[in-house]
Design a protein around this ligand. Structure first.
Ligand code: SF4
Length: 426
């Protein structure tokens, strides 16, 4: 992990919805934790549905929520939406600078502008002045798809030619940086520095190169994203490559994952990425689980999913919980877990910080594991135990006899014996 790049800092929100700082490290500011944002998928003018969606996203852990305001009806809905929500709201503005002015008037906490479709200097100045008056930051978002000239045909053909002949993205990134320089000059001429920059692409390699180049050129905080990443199943990989690589390199101050799916997943996966990189303090339990193999003797996939959902609902502290399919490799891999379960022969042994507390049949594992997690959480809350204080310490083959873990079956297989596993493993 590289040290985080120092940037200017911007502030989003107010006392009512809470303050979120983005970036920092320059001009006396302390670097803020990397924040997670997302965007609503429904129509903003549909006030009730929009409020429900924003509140779900905030409950999932979103630090900021962006809403699209393509029509006057959308900005007219904003005062009531703001009234019924408690998270900073960002207005996403394209084409119509007046939507930005209306959103600012309505009380939003941040504006996103796209230089590709709002470039008229007077219009941009009007938005800058309105934001300056209310201390609101502006995100300048250049997307790969919107940086190519739209109005001037000659210029467009030239840029498109360069764009598509560019195998190594060098020219594309040069265009992105040049457009940003041109656009930000308007802001700097107005002495406006509450700016966040984004430069998204669907190609994670372009994202990495573009943000790296931008981080070398500008000292504004960066909003990272791999845009239109697709369904969660593949979009998660794209996002981890693009956003995760940059964060590991110390680049990035706020992130948004973009899935063709419920935006709650964007928030959950964004937070998990930050937890894994040690850029945010984990909230809620951390689950580790084995991938299963030929030694498995319980339905581990189902158990892991059930445990995951229950932990998310019922455990608030960052307890590390390991769900392991057997005692052969499980103990070593579960090292450091506060609570661990090792399965075998349709049973499970549960350990809490190295102490064996239960040996239960498969159908009782979920309930008992959760029960032990809650007891442990209570002890931590009362100061009787500390998270991560002890490691799970089981030396196989000790529990084999107790579990009938199948090691005898594996051994027989090794010697050429033929074994048919049944429900009870015998
Ligand atoms: S913990 Fe056991 S069942 Fe799970 S992958 Fe490792 S060896 Fe296989």
């Amino acid at each position: 992990m590289n040290k985080r790049r120092p940037t200017r800092q911007v502030t989003v929100g107010d006392d009512r919805v809470g303050i979120v700082r983005i970036g920092g490290g320059l001009h006396g500011s302390e670097p803020a934790p990397v924040s997670v944002q997302t965007m609503t998928a429904g129509y903003t003018y549909d006030i009730d549905a929009c409020v429900v969606e924003i509140n779900r996203l905030a409950a999932a852990g979103a630090d900021m929520v962006r809403v699209a305001v393509p029509e006057r009806a959308d900005t007219e809905a904003l005062p009531e939406i703001l009234n019924q929500t408690r998270v900073p709201i960002v207005a996403d503005v394209h084409f119509h600078y007046k939507r930005a002015l209306e959103a600012i008037e309505a009380g939003v906490h941040k504006i996103r502008l796209n230089p590709g479709n709002i470039s008229d200097r007077d219009q941009v100045n009007a938005v800058i002045d309105a934001c300056k008056e209310r201390n609101l930051p502006i995100r300048v978002g250049v997307n790969e798809g919107s940086i190519i000239e739209r109005k001037d045909k000659q210029k467009r053909l030239k840029e498109l030619g360069e764009f598509f002949s560019d195998q190594k993205h060098g020219r594309l990134i040069a265009i992105m940086v040049a457009k940003l320089e041109e656009y930000l000059e308007i802001f700097e001429a107005r002495n406006f520095h509450d700016v966040v920059i984004s430069a998204k692409s669907i190609d994670p390699a372009v994202v990495i190169d573009a943000y790296t180049a931008i981080s070398e050129r500008f000292d504004y905080p960066l909003h990272l994203g791999v845009t239109h990443a697709g369904p969660r199943e593949t979009g998660a990989v794209r996002s981890v490559i693009g956003i995760g690589t940059l964060l590991a390199n110390g680049i990035g101050d706020t992130i948004r994952i973009s899935y063709a799916n419920d935006s709650v997943f964007e928030v959950q996966d964004g937070l998990e990425m930050l937890y894994c990189l040690g850029l945010r303090e984990r909230k809620g339990a951390e689950l580790i689980a084995c991938p299963t193999c030929g030694r498995i003797q319980v339905d581990l996939y189902k158990l892991v999913q059930d445990v995951r959902h229950k932990l998310a609902e019922e455990i608030a502290l960052p307890i590390k919980i390991a769900v392991m399919g057997c005692v052969v490799n499980g103990p070593g891999e579960a090292e450091g877990a506060d609570v661990a379960i090792f399965a075998g022969d349709r049973r499970g042994i549960i350990y809490v910080q190295g102490e064996k507390v239960a040996n239960v049949p498969e159908e009782d594992i979920l309930e008992r594991l959760l029960h032990e997690c809650k007891i442990f959480e209570g002890r931590v809350q009362r100061g009787e135990a500390r998270l991560g204080e002890k490691v799970v310490d089981i030396i196989p083959p000790d529990p084999i006899g107790e579990l009938g873990s199948g090691v005898d079956i594996i051994a027989r297989n090794r010697t050429g014996g033929s074994v048919q596993l049944t429900v009870d493993g015998r």
